[in-house]
Design a protein around this ligand. Structure first.
Ligand SMILES: NC(=O)c1ccc[n+]([C@@H]2O[C@H](COP(=O)([O-])OP(=O)(O)OC[C@H]3O[C@@H](n4cnc5c(N)ncnc54)[C@H](OP(=O)(O)O)[C@@H]3O)[C@@H](O)[C@H]2O)c1
Length: 316
């Protein structure tokens, strides 16, 4: 009989949950086993996890009863929500409510909640430096998560709050890669002035989560911020240039300009970068590279991430 402690991993076929699931599955001596949650147990990614030894189960975070079943007999759970699947902070908050209500009687010993700051603690709604979005948020995909932190505390759940960072993978999958300007040169566009952006390889978030679970109850009740490196737009452009073999420049625009780009979520991301720029010391301060490295000894810096991923960055 398998005596390993079960971790129920939400988003197991995605970036963060996938990083955690694979970190556990690739560690032959792990004290944990993986219950990988997906809406489609027949997808290629689900089958890959199954072949690696995961128990792959169907579930949906919009259904509290389904979450309850997924937590039965588990030691721990990794909770992550998927803002960009619906763009709604209200829905995201409801999804965290579902997690918490399902976890209340589940007897879990350790939960990791993948969260971000409620930026309204720094930029109240009446602060006009950035527009209020979705009626009562400044950075909807941050605020809904941060506001939900309290739900875990109020329910008395054994939780570690994991504050994640910008994924470098956004240069590949999120439309943030270098774009060709009218002058034929490539540009990355960020409204960050010369401030440094705390960022990480997306799979390292899951590996850090594994490090947190491995520390037992030591980090319960704590907020842990992780990053792989903190670089300015200029520094990232230089490293991209070396890795891609083309000249990449940093196009520093105002947050207003960024919000006006018009793609879905541009206003949310414009506010987010402005928050990271204007509260740079506090935002970067809580994201501790040295501690992330202790949790994930293979933690990558940007050059190491580029060495593996540069070829996947679309140049257009
Ligand atoms: N991009 C960034 O730079 C960044 C940085 C920090 C934090 N974040 C946050 O990261 C979160 C997303 O995490 P991620 O990047 O790991 O996600 P992801 O890679 O997009 O993966 C999401 C996975 O979750 C599953 N999923 C989607 N909707 C679901 C539902 N209703 N119920 C159950 N499973 C569902 C999907 O799997 P199936 O199709 O197999 O069900 C999918 O593979 C977002 O909330 C975002 O705000 C992003």
């Amino acid at each position: 009989m398998d005596q390993k402690k079960i971790i129920t991993v939400f988003g197991a076929t995605g970036a963060q949950g996938g990083g955690l699931a694979k970190a556990i599955l690739l560690d032959a001596n792990s004290e944990f086993s993986v219950r990988a949650v997906t809406r489609d147990v027949n997808s290629d990614k689900a089958k890959e996890l199954s072949a690696m030894g995961a128990e792959v189960v169907a579930g949906d975070i919009d259904d509290t009863n389904s979450i309850k079943k997924l937590l039965e007999g588990a030691y721990g759970a990794f909770f992550v929500t998927f803002f960009w699947a619906h763009y709604s902070a209200e829905k995201e908050y409801q999804e965290v409510t579902n997690f918490v209500s399902a976890a209340k009687d589940a007897g879990l010993q350790h939960i990791i909640w993948s969260t971000l700051e409620d930026t309204r603690n720094w930029v109240p709604l009446e602060d006009n430096r950035m527009p209020t979005l979705q009626g009562k948020y400044k950075v909807p995909h941050f605020d809904g998560k941060g506001f939900a932190d309290n739900l875990f505390t109020e329910a008395g759940l054994p939780v570690t709050f994991l504050r994640t960072s910008f994924y470098w993978d956004n240069f590949i999958y999120f439309g943030m890669g270098p774009k060709k300007g009218e002058d034929g040169k490539y540009y990355i566009t960020l409204p960050m002035d010369d401030k440094k952006l705390a960022a990480i390889a997306a799979d390292d978030i899951g590996k850090c989560a594994y490090g947190i679970f491995k520390k037992g109850n030591k980090l319960i009740g704590k907020t842990i911020g992780v990053a792989g490196e903190k670089l300015s737009g200029q520094e990232m452009a230089e490293k991209l240039s070396s890795a891609l073999g083309v000249e990449v420049n940093y196009n520093n625009v105002s947050p207003e300009t960024f919000r006006g780009f018009g793609f879905p979520g541009a206003d949310d991301l414009g506010n987010m970068f402005q928050f990271k720029r204007d509260f740079n010391e506090e935002y970067n301060g809580i994201r501790d590279i040295a501690f992330a490295k202790e949790l994930d000894p293979q933690l990558k810096n940007f050059d190491q991430w580029l060495a593996v991923n540069a070829a996947k960055i679309p140049l257009n």
